[in-house]
Design a protein around this ligand. Structure first.
Ligand code: PGA
Length: 251
């Protein structure tokens, strides 16, 4: 049985005071755990402050990226060990905004993934097609390319902590959600692919999140699909009440 995981990707929003206020608010809204794993991913500079607020709660902390080298002259970069030292447990890797604006490729995703696993961070690896690719009938090709390219040389053991986020780029921040049937179809495709790449046990144990305009109103329907194991939430994670409502609507 896969435990559902709802993660909030705060992107480049919230300074440190705002981040603390948001997570304090979330703590109040959430109350007792409901069996869903909850993760918040603030900008790097707020990880330490947010870690203090979530300590001892059931809210886990994640970063939005890391660099694959352990240390050195890499101005502006943050290593996995540095992320880990803040108290973070998760790290988002290969988000489409990083692929689109910062030159991220399957090869660099793979390097970051291995760096994360090496320091004991649990990666949330993002994959997904853009609008032209969907309209051109290329969804499955693109998703297959992202998955096979990003997970090169990973062992079954390493797959145990890894989460995949299927995020159709056309649904991110646009208000256009994939229908639950469209999402389920791709999630099933990913799970079948994992059977071929690893084995049945690994595929069945891997959690696959959906991301792209997830809101309190559509969460229950999406999360009820057999192969959807949670959500990666952007916009709706920036308010405590809407993020908590998504978590509460997840069964
Ligand atoms: P959105 O973003 O929920 O605002 O569409 C999702 C994401 O980019 O992870």
């Amino acid at each position: 049985m896969r435990k559902k995981i709802i993660a909030g990707n705060w992107k480049m929003y919230k300074n440190s005071a705002e981040a603390v206020a948001l997570v304090e608010g979330l703590k109040k809204e959430l109350g007792a755990p409901n069996g869903v794993e909850v993760v918040v991913c603030p900008p790097f500079v707020n990880l330490t402050e947010v870690a203090k607020v979530v300590a001892g709660t059931h809210i886990a902390l994640g970063a939005q990226n890391l660099f694959w080298e352990t240390e050195g002259a890499f101005t502006g970069e943050i290593s996995g060990a540095m992320v880990k030292a803040t108290g973070a447990e998760y790290v988002i890797i290969g988000h489409s905004e990083r692929r689109q604006f910062f030159g991220e490729t399957n090869a660099t995703v793979n390097k970051r993934l291995k760096a994360a696993l090496k320091v004991g961070l649990k990666p949330i690896v993002c994959v997904g097609e853009n609008l032209a690719e969907r309209e051109g009938g290329k969804t499955f090709d693109v998703v297959k390319d992202h998955i096979t390219g990003s997970l090169v040389d990973l062992t079954k053991e390493e797959m145990k902590t890894l989460v995949i986020a299927y995020e159709p780029v056309w649904a991110i921040g646009t208000g256009k959600t994939a229908t639950s049937a469209q999402a389920q179809e791709v999630h099933k495709f990913i799970r079948d692919l994992l059977v071929k790449m690893f084995d049945q046990t690994t595929a069945e144990a891997t959690r696959i999140q959906y991301g792209g305009s997830v809101k309190p109103e559509n969460a229950a329907e999406l999360m009820s699909q057999p192969d959807i194991d949670g959500a990666l939430v952007g916009g709706a994670s920036l308010k405590a009440d809407s993020f908590a409502a998504i978590i509460k609507n997840t069964k």
